[in-house]
Design a protein around this ligand. Structure first.
Ligand SMILES: [Zn+2]
Ligand SMILES: [Zn+2]
Length: 373
């Protein structure tokens, strides 16, 4: 086993949840410091790290991003590097992404870019959709602002090392919508003296599944998934006075997301008003769509010339907070196949394939070559 496989296994053994990645960040900082980077900024947007390798002459700044966080998933697996933290695991493969950038760092340390600079960003809190925005909002990020940004995600179900690319929308915008309907409780023997949200709740749940056609083109991904709901309580003497509905809104571009939000909010308002209910709406886990720029996509294509490359017909339905970066500078997020016969991401038995580390780090270095000339 090599250094980077060892590093991934160590990270995998000690996963940490979004926003609490202090040990992970320390391990990475110890590793990177040995490579003598030109700058190492810690605590960026929370637990984030930025490691800078600069060329001798001026030129563009290229940012490569990976993620520090793991998931609240109990790992199933018997391998020697399984998680030692109960209920927490690296089932999105972010341990692998970190090892890939560590391998890139070692190459850049041995051979700095001729011009410009490379920023290797270890971003916190990707899974909650908070980390990218927090890094960008950190005043110390101003000085690191890239001209191009790139990130990859391992994708099981595709051949190992196959590059998955799409110009334009690559992964969907999504957001969690919490709806509260408030009426008045009543004695269950006299429900007519109260205001129950039960009927409005049922209509809203049913309607959210049947969105009007004008929100998106027929072939475009735009939909809402009701993920949970609660009405009253198990109290047989009381008719309910409150209901909650939790919905995930999803769309392949930010304009369609804006229309979806407006539609969903109007639906809630009209149904609440019709039954004399108060309503409140709030949002969390907000991810913009990740939109790949043509010039950045072209760089990935050129860097992957000797590899198998699949141009994706449709964006991925999942969301990635890298969309905050592609919204502020030309960039591309691409997938890299993790093997056909692999468990899916976020499954309890998922484990990043180590064979991807040299494949992906080589690709990233060639992308840097394309961007910095
Ligand atoms: Zn994930
Ligand atoms: Zn992920």
């Amino acid at each position: 086993m090599d250094t980077f496989t060892d590093l991934r296994h160590e990270l995998h053994r000690h996963p940490e949840l979004s926003g609490a990645e202090s040990q992970t960040a320390n391990r990475i900082a110890v590793f990177l410091r040995r490579l003598d980077p030109d700058q190492l900024i810690e605590g960026l947007g929370g637990r984030g790290l930025a490691c800078v390798f600069a060329g001798t002459s001026p030129g563009p700044t290229v940012l490569l991003r990976c993620e520090l966080d793991a998931l609240p998933i109990a790992e199933l697996g018997e391998h020697a590097h399984r998680s030692t933290t109960a209920g927490v695991g690296h089932q999105c493969g972010h341990d692998g992404h970190m090892a890939i950038l560590a391998a890139v760092a070692q190459q850049l340390s041995a051979k700095r870019p001729a011009r410009g600079r490379v920023v290797l960003l270890y971003q916190p809190a990707e899974e909650t959709g908070e980390g990218a925005a927090a890094v960008i909002a950190d005043p110390r990020f101003t000085e690191l602002r890239p001209d191009y940004c790139f990130a990859l995600h391992n994708v099981p179900g595709y051949p190992l090392g196959e590059v998955l690319l799409r110009e334009g929308p690559f992964s969907c915008a999504s957001r969690g919508m919490s709806i509260t309907l408030t009426g008045n409780t009543a004695h269950a023997a006299q429900p007519e003296t109260g205001t129950s949200p039960a009927q409005a709740m049922c209509r809203i749940i049913a309607s959210l599944g049947e969105l009007p056609a004008h929100i998106a083109e027929p072939e475009q991904i735009t939909f809402a998934t009701v993920v949970g709901a609660q009405l009253g309580a198990k109290a047989f003497g009381t008719a309910p006075g409150q209901a909650q509905i939790w919905v995930t809104l999803r769309s392949e571009d930010n304009d369609a997301m804006a229309r979806l939000i407006a539609h969903a909010e109007a639906l809630v308002r009209l149904n609440a008003q019709a039954d004399g209910l108060q309503h409140a709406i709030d949002y969390q886990d907000i991810f913009p769509a990740t939109i790949n720029a043509p010039e950045a996509s072209a760089m990935v294509r050129a860097a992957a010339a000797s590899m198998s490359l699949r141009e994706m017909a449709q964006p991925f339905r999942w969301s990635e907070d890298f969309g905050h970066f592609t919204a502020s500078c030309p960039g591309a997020l691409f997938g890299i196949g993790a093997g056909v016969a692999m468990p899916d991401l976020h499954n309890p038995d998922y484990d990043f394939p180590d064979a991807l580390i040299p494949i992906a780090s080589g690709l990233f270095l060639r992308i840097v070559g394309e961007a910095l000339g």
